[in-house]
Ligand binder design. Sequence first.
Ligand code: HXC
Length: 520
Amino acid sequence: MSVDIKAVERVEELHRQKAAVKLGGGVKRQDEQRARGKMTAWERIDYFFDSGTFVEIGGFTELRTPHFGLLEKALPGDGVVTGFGKVGGRLVYVSSQDFTVLGGSVGEMHGKKIAYAMKLAVQNGAPFVCLNDSGGARIQEGIGSLCAYGDVFFANTQASGVIPQISLIMGPCAGGAVYSPGITDFVVMVEGTSNMFITGPQVIKSVTNEDVTMEELGGADVHMSRSGVATKVCRSDQEALDWVKQLLSYLPSNNLDVAPASRFSLASSEASEDMLSIVPSNGNKPYDIYEVISAVVDAGSFVELQENYARNIVIGFARIAGRSVGIVANAPGELAGCLDVDASVKAARFVRFCDAFNTPLVTLVDVPGFLPGVEQEYGGIIRHGAKLLYAYSEAVVPKLTVVLRKAYGGAYICMCSKHLGADVVLAWPGAEIAVMGPEGAVNIVFRKEIQEADSPEEKRRECIDHYTEKFANPRIAASLGYVDDIIDPRETRSQLVKHLESLMRKRVDTPKRRHGNIPL
Ligand code: HXC
């Protein structure tokens, strides 16, 4: 058969055009991007997806705004690469903004591409990962650009609770652009190169006269430790992409799926002798909650989220006997493990993610109560604490609770007690389940007796011992069915393995409603 020269030339031209599209804003701008320690939009995609699996969609899309000479600057792709590929063999959709093209700014077609990729992700039940590196709304496109953002926010919201959505912030993310990551389930930032803020330092200076640098205002550390926006901070683009790949391995592809189970070693099922020494009997002594978590989950499987925010509560994914679970644990080493505004919000959002995506919840309780104080009350601990109560009550996934030590007052109820629908509540023998701790309780209940006693201190001690004996233990709760069993701490892991297995087909019918009204 003779070769059709014209067809060959056309195909060669096509390949030249595709290579040009991949160059984005050109070699010089790509080099500048690398010099800042950032990968290019395509390098990120190549690194993220299993080799050879990525398929681009809309590579020839171009902007259509004639103003400000924009058409002369237009480049195919319009500053964002969208498509799908495989991560660990599973389908994932992506958008990757190209800062070398008009600063990765979002115009009409740019936004349409992202929203369309999201629509495909929802239709095909696959996670959506958004790589952000953008100067925000493309100023020259005016309302077209705002409309593009609106499309993306709408798509984010429609996808919420249907597919996992993960944002990586790998450059600037300014103005309204922050609200797309703000809606998504996880926000991963890169130290030193990423920023997120609604208004930049210059606007702030002109409006409030505050002096602040970009890093102080919206750098990765700020969003990890102060605002709670960041789920994870990584040191480089590569580390961030690796972390997201690991995160995806714990998640189902969509709300009708369960996360893939992985193999686990039988050795890691054995009873842990350490359990008798990690948690001190003296309730005033702190300890390392991570040691308890490590002892109950499959070896090395715990992945923490928001690790430097509200450190009085620990959240993250882990595996128990190969199954993905969400861990929520009070951390007595920080604020004695009290619940406060930040901890309540942090845990509540995580509980809701787990519930939306069929991930059983394992709650480890050692909580002396809600943090007292004017600041907390003024900060809205009533409505924020209510979020955690609401989230646990609403969750229909398997809910397993272990009371390690203290479980007092409203915080006891809040930490996935039987009353909020826990499927199983196990307590260690030293668990103290009561309205409040012995010291506080006797000062109220026995105040008169103590005051009138010949030796008030001796009387107080006697009352404390009496209260501790009578109330600060797990027996009363167990006798009423609020604790299913009091267990040997060394058997915690094996008990969780068995209970989890029994709950994997749990079904709950909830009354029909559009949605509840969680106290936002
Ligand atoms: C159009 C933009 C742009 C934008 C950057 N560029 N941002 N073009 N619209 N929003 C272009 C620049 O003109 C430049 O083009 C190229 O991208 C690279 O930008 P530089 O400024 O040279 O880069 P750098 O010094 O690294 O600074 C990056 C930056 C800065 C911090 C992001 O560009 C910046 O402040 N941009 C504006 C940020 C902003 O205010 N965005 C709008 C937010 S309001 P040339 O051709 O000169 O190289 C918003 C509202 C959305 O987003 C509301 C939705 C609800």
